[in-house]
Design a protein around this ligand. Sequence first.
Ligand code: 13P
Length: 256
Amino acid sequence: MAERPYIVGNWKMNGTRAMLAQARSIDRAAQNLMKVEVALAPPFTLIHPVHREAEQIGVGAQDCHPLPDGAHTGDISASMVADAGAKFVILGHSERRQNHGESNALVREKGTAAIDAGLRIILCVGETEETRDDGKAESFVTRQFKASLPETLASPEESLTVAYEPVWAIGTGRTPTVEEIGAMHRAIRATLVELYGEAQGTAVRILYGGSVNAENARELLAADEVGGALVGGASLTAESFLGIVLAAAERLDQPA
Ligand SMILES: O=C(CO)COP(=O)(O)O
């Protein structure tokens, strides 16, 4: 695992101001676990309130529009989430690809807009169960990843995190094996090195996401090339999320 693991909670369409107590607890605990980088991506409505609570953890958005402003009712731009306190944005999540028909090309445009607005991006990729059963998971994800990335990235290490989230593992309680995760993460790593060279390509963190919880985190975080986790359901309470953060911290203390 990378030197400083990155554990990110994606609250999806969950959370009202009552959830701020969870964010506060997570932030306070993270202050004693500095060797793990902890972040939350609440819904748009809570970005600024969570930002105001957070002394230690990073705050991000779950999406942004590719344009900076204009007549786009109901949309939120990258500079708007940055203004609210977001430091990063999750892009290309499979729920957006499925529910909003987001193409690789649109994800790429959003990524470019986010970087221009000074945000880091967490770019999500992942195959469906059918694609995995066909034996095409790695080739699919590699192609999806290349086509979703912003065309140029001045500093991939600073601006990019990749999240491998198999669609069939999200919210299902099912996860790939450690070997399957390792194989996919090695394929993504090889693509990063091909695109950005050895030094930059090896410095980008690759997170695993999909049914990560406090019980399985230790095992999943031990897979090859896993630099942290993107967590959905188990990030909604401080107790379960901090269990994952602790697993990441303990993993660091063990020999490889
Ligand atoms: O989609 C996810 C995080 O972005 C994973 O969600 P779950 O952890 O609920 O499976």
